[in-house]
Design a protein around this ligand. Structure first.
Ligand SMILES: CC(C)(COP(=O)(O)OP(=O)(O)OC[C@H]1O[C@@H](n2cnc3c(N)ncnc32)[C@H](O)[C@@H]1OP(=O)(O)O)[C@@H](O)C(=O)NCCC(=O)NCCS
Length: 174
């Protein structure tokens, strides 16, 4: 099965929707399992209610209301800066990350983003592999960016978002 068919099959298993304030406890649980410095509740409240540049999405299995992942980005002019991205450990490796990343890139492109960027820990090879699959390339390194352990951040960008049909099938790759 090719990458596009696999993504379509996986997309059928999940539902992506905008995050609501009621989702904060479940999202904070995903964060606690995923990051050394999870966002506090106030940050989510600010991002949801005050920050007009912020877009937060959650993903759940179609058959269940349980949230299995969260993703966010700030749309600054025509660039989407991915602010958070995590799948609950119990659900990793089942395609939810790919479906969610495809979802936010689509949404951002639809809102006018021409490119996307993010920082990722130099040692986070799983996330880097996922991002590369969606056209992200490493364009820089921020030395000692992560204060908890001094780890470097890789800066990754994806260009020409407006050309995505689905992120795994850019028009020029058909
Ligand atoms: C990175 C993360 C979001 C991936 O989510 P996921 O649902 O497990 O990813 P998927 O199952 O959709 O996998 C999609 C692709 O990502 C890559 N990938 C995922 N897990 C991987 C692993 N452990 N090792 C290598 N590549 C991996 C693969 O290329 C995979 O494609 P494939 O299924 O065709 O092999 C998840 O591991 C996570 O939440 N990690 C902790 C938080 C985090 O690191 N967030 C990113 C911050 S920048």
């Amino acid at each position: 099965m090719d990458a596009k068919s696999r993504l379509e099959e996986r997309a059928g298993e999940f539902l992506i929707r905008p995050m609501q304030p009621e989702d904060i406890p479940a999202v904070m649980e995903i964060d606690r399992e995923s990051f050394p410095n999870p966002w506090p509740e106030n940050t989510y409240l600010y991002e949801l209610r005050e920050n007009r540049m912020s877009h937060l999405l959650v993903i759940q299995p179609r058959e269940s209301p349980q949230l299995v992942g969260v993703a966010g980005y700030w749309l600054v002019v025509d660039e989407a800066h991915i602010s958070t991205f995590a799948i609950h450990p119990d659900w990793r490796g089942r395609g939810a990350g790919a479906v969610l990343l495809d979802g936010i890139l689509h949404q951002a492109a639809g809102l006018g983003a021409g490119s996307a960027m993010l920082e990722v820990r130099a040692g986070n090879l799983a996330a880097q592999a996922l991002y590369r699959k969606f056209g992200f390339q490493t364009v820089g390194c921020r030395k000692g960016y992560y204060k908890d352990n001094g780890e470097d951040a890789l800066l990754m960008t994806a260009e020409r978002l407006s050309e995505y049909e689905t992120a795994l099938t850019r028009k020029d790759q058909k």
